[in-house]
Each structure stands twice: as structure tokens, then as C-alpha cells.
Ligand binder design. Structure first.
Ligand SMILES: Cc1ncc(COP(=O)(O)O)c(C=O)c1O
Length: 458
């Protein structure tokens, strides 16, 4: 496979990073000042610059600094920033029809997109889609549908899980940080340990543990942890994202599937972050041939336009009657056109295979770094969804505080975001069209900063 940048990537976005002024420059600063005055401070705002333009795996700020992007806009721009196929689809659709009135009328691209998603769903078994406007809205729809279908109102979620910041989706989040100051949340959510083998909740080693965490779910939580015996659904990220890019052992998802079948619980896979090529598969569920009952998608689904949804087995989606669920902007003209173009591009350019090849190379290099540097505790991932967990020392695994290091990486022109229960996991999740050269360059920048940080700590 040709791993160079696609031809359409703009000239300025090829030779990056290229900083013309230490960020934030004056143009960025002026906008940041206004933003601080008038926009809610709820967003984290890690990078102190103003977004101006984008192309491929690069972003330019208002002062002309061009950065290399290892985040894909939080796993959104899988086929690259400003992919011309997506841009053209948006332009064309905008001239024809923007608001498609999904509540009250039919729209060709909505039906077309749902047909495509049915075709590419795990095992081709999930054949019906509901479109909303974000990942969290997809999670809300999945909760509602699983309750409606099973006529029960309890759920299992996992420690370290992240499913969004509103309502029921927030009830499924396990971390205090996300919930602080807003409780209490929807009752009936029980939390099980995710197989975070690097920091095993039971202080055991895989595989000799026999997956004690799953035993705990099956024989502990479901029997003695407080559920009423009528659990509607288990919500799981097949590769946990915000929790720290945690890859569970391969038997995890199949074992969950078996458990759900035995107990008549619906298995809901949240593929909002892991889906659409990111992990080297179209869906991460495909890597273990696990077919969930409901799959939640978002982020990359809209190619940068707000879009989320659920894809479910026909008999499950079929229980909803007209009016059971709805959204004014669901199936919107622009989001359908952009999403169709983006997902077709992911499939036709075989981006899952590209993610697999580039990811294997990145994992090899990062594991070599792990052997070399005391402060890299763990390297894990699949495709281009890779986490590097930073620690103060390998033996204690004490989490390292990484905001300073993140700032240093950024000032060298590389955008990296973090994840993890301690916020100490660097994510390597660039647009999948990134070239092999750009990937290596980014890894060089990362390594040089690891080296400097380790020296400072010593
Ligand atoms: C696994 C997962 N689920 C749900 C969400 C929420 O999606 P959104 O921010 O579009 O509501 C995210 C966002 O990071 C996510 O990673």
C-alpha cells in the first residue's frame, strides 16, 4: 500500500510542523481574549491557539503556524482534514437542501446511508439505523431502545468508561471528574471492572488470572452487586477510549456476548471512538467477530459534521413505533451527505488496512522507546488507536503528570491529546491518511520530548 500523503493534501500541509512565531501569536491571542470573555469556560481548551484551516494531517493557526496533528480532532477526521470528497459533498448538498425534515418527510441520502451502514455492520446483522446529532445522543438512543425492548431499566457499564456528557450517557460514566457537581444520576447503573491489565483491579496477571474481572461481573456483580435480575443492557467500549486506550484481552468481547445471550441482556457496543477504521477494522467488534445487539457510532461518522446514531438488529429497532424517538435535525441533509462521503472514502481507500500497517510500525517504535525510557510504563493499541502510559517509574507505576510535557510537544508543533484515569496516557490517533514519513516525524518529536522529560526528572 502507498503510504505517502494523498495528492489532494495542500502544499502548506505537507511540510509540517512549521512554526513561524511562538504560539500563541498575536492573532490567536486576540481571539482567545474575546473567547474568554464571551464563551463558556466548560471546554478544556488544551491548545492555546486559534484554528484557521486544515488539510490532511495538518492544522494551521491564525498566525500561520502549521502543526502536525496526532489527534484527528479526537478521532473524527479519519479520512483526513478537509478531505475534498467530503468538502464537495457538503458544498453540493448545501445548494440543494440543508434541513431534510427527517421528522416528517423522507430523504434519499438518509435511506442510502442507513443501507450502507447495514451492509458494513458487524456480520451484516445490524440492519436498522437511527440518526441523531452526536455520540452522546446515540448513547441516549441506545439506552432508551434497550429499555423499551427489554422492559427493564438497569444497565451494566465499565469502570473507566466514557459515553458522553449528558443525561443517561453521563450516568454510564464511572469517573468522578465527569459527574462532579451534577448528581444524582439515573439509578440502576452498575459498574464492572474493565480489563485494564496494566493496572489490574485484582492485582493479577493476564492470562494466568483467567479473566478474574469477568468472573467478578458474572458471579459477583450480577448476582450480589445489587441488580434486580432484569438488566436491559451492557454498555461496552470494545477498546476503551477516554479511559486510557485500553485494549482488552481477545476473549473479553466474545465472553461478554455469551454472558448476554445466557442472561438475555442486550450487548451495546460504543464504537463512537473506536469505529470506522481507527483500530484497523471497520468496527473494533469485527476483530473478535462479536456481533452486538446495538452499535453506537458518532465522531468519524459525519466526517466533521455533527452526526451520531445507533445501528441495531431489525427486531430490536422494530419495537419503536412512530414517535418513540426523534430529533429535529436527525438525518440532516448536510450531515448525511458529508457522512456518506466520509464513510465511502474510508471503505474505498481501505483505511482500516492503512491504519493496521501504520499502527504496527508505530507500536514497534513505541515499544522500543518503552524499553529505553523509564517513564514509559505501557504501550498498547490497535491500528491508529494507540496509548502510551507515562509513569514516574516502571516499578511503582506511579502516574506521571503530563500537562507540561504535552505543552512541550505542542510547542514543537505536534498536537497530542491525552486520556486515562490519571490523564497520563498520550494518544496516537492521527488522521488515517497521515503519511508514514509524517508519522515517523511525529514519533521523533514525541521521543525527543520523552528524553528531555526523563532527564529533567532525574
Ligand atoms: C466512546 C465514546 N462514547 C461517547 C462519546 C461522546 O460523544 P460526543 O462527544 O459526540 O457526544 C465519546 C466522545 O469522546 C466517546 O469517546
Amino acid at each position: 500500500m502507498d503510504l505517502s500523503l494523498p495528492e489532494w493534501v495542500a502544499d502548506w500541509a505537507r511540510d509540517v510542523p512549521r512554526l513561524v512565531i511562538p504560539p500563541p501569536g498575536p492573532a490567536s491571542k486576540a481571539i482567545i481574549e474575546k473567547d474568554r470573555e464571551f464563551v463558556s469556560h466548560a471546554y478544556d481548551r488544551l491548545f492555546q491557539f486559534t484554528m484557521k484551516r486544515s488539510s490532511g494531517a495538518a492544522i494551521m493557526d491564525a498566525d500561520g503556524n502549521a502543526y502536525l496533528d496526532f489527534s484527528a480532532g479526537i478521532s473524527v477526521m479519519n479520512a483526513g482534514w478537509s478531505n475534498p470528497r467530503v468538502v464537495e459533498a457538503i458544498r453540493e448538498q448545501a445548494g440543494d437542501l440543508v434541513h431534510s425534515l427527517a421528522n416528517d418527510a423522507y430523504f434519499d441520502k438518509e435511506a442510502e446511508f442507513a443501507e450502507l451502514l447495514a451492509k458494513i455492520s458487524p456480520g451484516g446483522a445490524l440492519t436498522n439505523t437511527f440518526f441523531g446529532n452526536s455520540g452522546a445522543e446515540g448513547v441516549e438512543a441506545a439506552i432508551k431502545l434497550s429499555r423499551y425492548y427489554s422492559k427493564s431499566g438497569e444497565h451494566i457499564a465499565f469502570m473507566g468508561a466514557y459515553h458522553g456528557r449528558i443525561g443517561n450517557a453521563l450516568a454510564l460514566a464511572s469517573r468522578v471528574k465527569y459527574k462532579f457537581g451534577h448528581g444524582p444520576y439515573t439509578p440502576g447503573v452498575h459498574f464492572a471492572p474493565y480489563p485494564y491489565c496494566y493496572r489490574c483491579w485484582f492485582k493479577q496477571e493476564y492470562p494466568s488470572c483467567g479473566m478474574a474481572c469477568m468472573d467478578y461481573l458474572e458471579n459477583g456483580i450480577l448476582e450480589y452487586g445489587g441488580p434486580s435480575g432484569a438488566v436491559a443492557s451492557i454498555f461496552v467500549e470494545p477498546l476503551q477510549g477516554e479511559g486510557g486506550y485500553i485494549v482488552p484481552p481477545p476473549e473479553f468481547m466474545p465472553r461478554l456476548r455469551r454472558l448476554c445471550d445466557q442472561k438475555k441482556i442486550l450487548l451495546v457496543a460504543d464504537e463512537i471512538q473506536s469505529g470506522l477504521g481507527r483500530t484497523g477494522e471497520l468496527w473494533e467488534c469485527d476483530s473478535t467477530s462479536t456481533i452486538p445487539d446495538i452499535l453506537i457510532t458518532g465522531k468519524a461518522l459525519g466526517g466533521g459534521i455533527p452526526l451520531g446514531g445507533i445501528i441495531a438488529r431489525k427486531e430490536i429497532m422494530g419495537v419503536w413505533r412512530p414517535g418513540s424517538h426523534s430529533s429535529t435535525f436527525g438525518g440532516n441533509g448536510i450531515s448525511m451527505a458529508a457522512g456518506l462521503a466520509h464513510v465511502r472514502e474510508i471503505i474505498e481507500q481501505d483505511l482500516p488496512t492503512r491504519a493496521k500497517i501504520l499502527g504496527a510500525h508505530a507500536l514497534k517504535r513505541l515499544n522500543e522507546m518503552k524499553d529505553k525510557y523509564e517513564i514509559i510504563g505501557d504501550v498498547r493499541g490497535k491500528g491508529l488507536m494507540i496509548g502510551v502510559e507515562m509513569v514516574k517509574s516502571k516499578s511503582t507505576k506511579e502516574p506521571m503528570l503530563v500537562p507540561r510535557m504535552q505543552g512541550q510537544v505542542w510547542r514543537k508543533g505536534l498536537m497530542m491529546i491525552t486520556a486515562g484515569m490519571y490523564g497520563n496516557v498520550f494518544r496516537i490517533a492521527p488522521p488515517i491518511i497521515i503519511s508514514d514519513e509524517q508519522l515517523d516525524l511525529g514519533l521523533d518529536i514525541f521521543e525527543s520530548t520523552v528524553q528531555e522529560t526523563q532527564k529533567e526528572l532525574v
